[in-house]
Design a protein around this ligand. Structure first.
Ligand code: SF4
Length: 696
């Protein structure tokens, strides 16, 4: 029996610590790490079942060129030469990387450095674009950088928690357990969601809001706060810019309670109760997640929430924050290193000063001049032929992107597709010219950042199987084969981490909150023993809460309130497509089920994709509960079992997004979703696609 190892769960943005005991033949016993501040020993069903998912079933263990096994040397040479030749013939923007919130921070850093510093394009984007890009854009506008103000302790300290498009009971179960304890001490909950979710079932007040009317509701709150004397004038005067303009812009709409209630499809009393509770409770946290972000108005929704918190000074104080909760285990690490096309590196963007700083630090020959292609546009450019060489790392866009049928067309048409993944067969790897075997959870070693900015170690529990390698090493080998030897000559993940930490502190002097400079000098042994810490990291430790001094990362130190207008969805329902189709997760599955699909205990909760429909709508459409239904949208069609439930609003449908060709080829959700995105963040509108249903 090997020694117990402390690591981090690979599923969601809660970032729970795990105490793992590896045994013979990849046997594993595990429990929650009682000392990890994110979960204090708790695990949800997915984390608990991890031991059932670490077999080598379905694993890619050797490099492959087409269907032939090859050597690492040959595969690396082919990838490096093809990328180099494509860049030489068509320029740096003819290539792209599509990466993942499943990558470790060290992996992200390596891939971003190669693309933005040495290839010279901004064309690296992450599947986190589908998850929280709208929150990122809103943070940048309001706070001057992508900064999450709060911490999990604020969830314990809040007297009121508002869940705005966030079904925490299913998507972030361990945080939800923590909130349930706080509720036992008197905390109140308000849930804003078009579905009566498990989170809504437990709420003191549930607002079953009409789809895509959140901005109207939150703008109305701001008007109410001002009209009833609840604005914190001292805080606004000292720390906020844009209050007057934002308030003036509200005049474009009727801000009476009755008008807001009518527009949002809510009882007037429920709206009034929400507004009064928010106004009366200094310690209020608003949690927002996919239900808010996955929208063509995702940035506006996040800004509307932030505006209400800034106007009342509910930020930077214990138990008070607008709090974006991320979906993936390391979405935050990608945001930090520069894995998004819209950030250069380490929270620096594309200004001449920041490009110069990063270029000098990397000694980079071709620093990217501008942001690159965001996820949806990236695959559109692949499909149109502008991007001719694509490297997909640790993600499955053929299933997970909107309008997934067109994504498959793009992959099929692309002259050169590389997929690095731990699984032999994914819907995306079917299109790969080269497949590179990557380490999986339990084999990888590095760091991740959770939703409260806490950096934790993922540690290897088992030796690397077959010829699988760490993603950062695969990238570094290709970079070296492209001729960038010195800049990618890392010997270990600790080397990569130290360089990343040093970059965050480079010419920083307190200008950027993202500062891990104090960790740049960690020895290998200190990196190995590293305990969870929240950035910014000072010499004496981490930082739990930001903006406690009212200073934001803008040029004048003030936060910005930004006027946002209430608009409808990108595509309205019509007589042909009268339903609003919403997609999302189920409790026990994760992404495209490559891991959770291996655990029988996780497949029991929701064994197949079910189309949730209100009983009255189902009957009117001629459906039968439990029988097959045909659901069609302008983008595609699916055949799934209908499930009648009054948790669903009239006029709405819900379909989970996990199922793939391997599990339910006719029941995939994302081929149904139109590729409509938020114009600023590029995040797709997964929560509202016009649809129709009929018996199948
Ligand atoms: Fe893993 Fe998230 Fe569950 Fe924690 S809450 S055990 S991080 S899936």
């Amino acid at each position: 029996m090997e020694a117990q190892r402390l690591t981090t769960c690979p599923y969601c943005g809660v970032g729970c610590g795990i105490a793992a005991q590896p045994g013979e033949a990849r046997a594993l016993t595990l429990k929650g790490d009682a000392a990890h501040p994110a979960n204090l020993g708790r695990l949800c069903s997915k984390g608990t079942a991890l031991a059932s998912t670490v077999s080598l079933q379905g694993r890619l263990l050797h490099p492959m060129i087409s269907e032939a096994r090859t050597s690492w040397a040959a595969a690396t040479r082919l990838v490096a030469d093809t990328f180099a030749q494509t860049i030489a013939e068509h320029g740096p923007d003819s290539v792209a990387f599509y990466v993942s919130g499943q990558l470790l921070t060290e992996d992200y850093y390596a891939a971003n450095k190669l693309m933005k510093g040495f290839i010279g394009s901004g064309n690296i984007d992450t599947n986190s674009r589908l998850c929280m890009a709208s929150a990122v854009a809103a943070h940048k506008q309001a706070f001057g950088a992508d900064l999450v103000p709060g911490c999990y302790e604020d969830l314990d300290l809040a007297d009121l928690v508002v869940f705005s498009g966030h079904n925490a009971a299913w998507t972030h179960p361990v945080l939800f357990r923590r909130l349930e304890q706080a509720r036992g001490r008197g905390q109140s909950w308000i849930v804003i969601d078009p579905r009566r979710t498990d989170t809504a079932e437990g709420a003191d007040l549930f607002l079953p809001i009409a789809p895509q009317t959140d901005v109207r509701l939150w703008n109305g709150l701001l008007a109410f706060l001002d009209a009833h004397g609840h604005v914190d004038r001292a805080f606004v005067d000292a720390h906020v810019a844009g209050f007057g303009e934002t308030l003036a812009a509200l005049g474009a709409d009727d801000q009476s309670l009755s008008a807001i209630a009518a527009d949002c499809g809510l009882p007037e009393k429920a709206v009034a109760d929400f507004y009064r509770a928010f106004a009366a409770t200094p310690r209020t946290v608003t949690l927002f997640s996919m239900g808010s972000n996955q929208s063509a108005q995702g940035v506006a929704k996040a800004l509307a929430v932030i505006n209400a918190h800034l106007a009342t000074g509910k930020i930077g104080k214990p138990g008070a924050a607008p709090f974006s909760i991320t979906g993936q285990p390391n979405a935050m690490g990608g945001r930090e290193t520069g894995g998004m096309a819209t950030t250069l590196a380490a929270h620096m963007d594309f200004s001449p000063e920041e490009r110069d700083r990063v270029a000098r630090f990397w000694n980079a020959p071709r620093i990217s001049k501008r942001p690159g292609l965001k996820a949806v546009e990236m695959f559109e450019k692949v499909r149109s032929g502008q991007v001719k060489a694509l490297w997909v790392m640790a993600t499955n866009p053929a299933v997970s992107l909107p309008d997934a049928g067109k994504v498959r067309e793009a992959l099929a048409a692309c002259p050169f597709v590389v997929v690095s993944d731990c699984m032999t067969r994914t819907d995306t790897s079917a299109f790969a010219h080269v497949r590179l075997p990557a380490l999986a959870w339990g084999e990888k070693d590095g760091t991740v950042t959770n939703s409260e900015r806490r950096i934790s170690r993922q540690r290897a529990l088992f030796p690397a199987p077959g010829e699988a390698r760490a993603d950062w090493r695969i990238v570094a080998d290709v970079a070296q084969a492209m001729g960038f030897s010195d800049a990618f000559a890392w010997r270990s993940q600790a080397d990569v981490f130290r360089e990343y930490a040093e970059l965050t502190g480079f010419e920083n002097a307190g200008r950027r909150y993202l500062d891990l400079g104090a960790l740049a000098g960690l020895s290998d042994a200190e990196y190995e023993a590293m305990t969870p810490v929240q950035w910014p990291v000072k010499p004496d430790g981490g930082t739990d809460r930001l903006f406690t001094d009212g200073r934001f990362q803008t040029s004048d130190g003030r936060a910005r309130m930004i006027p946002v207008a209430a608009k409808g969805p990108a595509s309205a329902v019509s007589p042909d497509f009268p339903f609003a189709l919403n997609t999302g997760r189920v409790r026990d599955h994760w992404h495209t089920m490559t891991r959770t699909g291996l655990a029988a205990e996780l497949c029991r909760h929701t064994p197949e994709p079910m189309l949730e429909v209100h009983p009255a709508d189902g009957a009117a459409a001629g459906l039968t509960d439990g029988e097959l239904a045909l659901v069609e949208t302008p983008a595609g069609r699916a055949v799934v079992t209908a499930k009648f439930t009054d948790r669903q609003r009239r006029g709405g449908l819900f379909l989970p997004m996990h199922w793939t060709d391997a599990f339910a080829p006719s029941g995939k959700a994302n081929p149904l979703i139109e590729a409509k995105v938020d114009p600023t963040s590029g995040q797709p509108e997964f929560k509202h696609t016009p649809a129709r249903v009929a018996p199948y």
